[in-house]
Design a protein around this ligand. Sequence first.
Ligand SMILES: [Zn+2]
Length: 425
Amino acid sequence: MDRTARLKAEVESRRDALIALTQALIRVPTLNPPGRNYREICELLAERLARQGFAVELLRATGTPGDCEDFPRWNLVARREGERPGQCVHFNGHHDVVEVGHGWSRDPFGAELIDGRIYGRGACDMKGGIASAVIAAEAFLATCPDFVGAIEISATADEESGGFGGVAWLAERGYFSPGRVDHVIIPEPLHKDRICLGHRGVWWAEIETKGRIAHGSMPFLGDSAIRHMGAVLAEIEETLYPLLAHKHTAMPVIPEGARRSTLNINSIHGGEAEPEPGSTALPAPCVADRCRIVIDRRFLIEEDLDEVKAEVTRLLDGLKARRPAFDYEIRTLFEVIPSMTERAAPVVRSTAAAIEAVLGREAGYVVSPGTYDQKHIDRIGRLKHCIAYGPGQLELAHQPDEWVGVEDMLDSAKVLTLVLAELLA
Ligand SMILES: [Zn+2]
């Protein structure tokens, strides 16, 4: 048997172990918010990897958003050195999951196996991916014990809320720096035959219009911030949306609709606060003295963040010049530059070759419409050789009755083990 066949057979022989590990991970409800059971899931993985000869570190991201004594932000980094120094391949998965939500017909933390699918919150996003990466490493170690370089596996906190207590915190401490790590694969659920090269950029901003409070029966004595915001929204509709619709990208973003610039208005608040649920009180008559919206602008690798911001401030300044008493403030809440790994990068090429060897078809290349932890690895870690590749269907993420397929996980584990062999054996 050649090495490829041996590696595939080693993964295949671990089918039951893969199922059991996925189920064990799902049964630890690592809900974020608030950030439950992070220590428990890190310990579960640390014990298993320590048995495989990994040096394990449990690291608490003290002081990051949400970190407190009740909900500490724990991360696991495990490293297994080879026979001789060489390159390091790192598998990174976030261990947090989003809220359960309504509409489930299965126990969201029961991890039931039904007709080849394991159900549960986090099954595809991304505990199935973490389990596949662990099994891939174990199969590789059994086949190539004399490998060169190092394997790292991390399970990190808070990806669902920005990754600041997880990958960002580790990257700031050098855990994703070139020199320590050469190649990173994040087994997010992008489907077993596709390589995700990166993501679009993000700019979130809060825009506030100003007014003057007065009695609602005499609105002419005040100045309505809501009417001013109405003018902003009209201007966004009439000039900004048509402008964005014409910006197309060469990035292979999925779904197709995200292959251009997009803008969502996440929220709008103006005037008196909403009544508490159940309140029977009537509203008081006032002219709104401020109104706020939050915009979520997703931008392309061909765009410049300063220009993205300038499009909006030009629009607001235009209104200020034409509209009496119009005044505004704008504040950036969050920004991420786009990231896209080159197809010539060794991690991309070896993953593509492994997909072909396992599935018998050519790999697809995609870019994610939203960001994930690659942003921190690129910007803070300054490590450019990073992709997302893992089992599961992205459409099932955050949905009721989320599941991951056992065959998909096995295939992805085979791909990941072949990548280790290509880069380290
Ligand atoms: Zn995810």
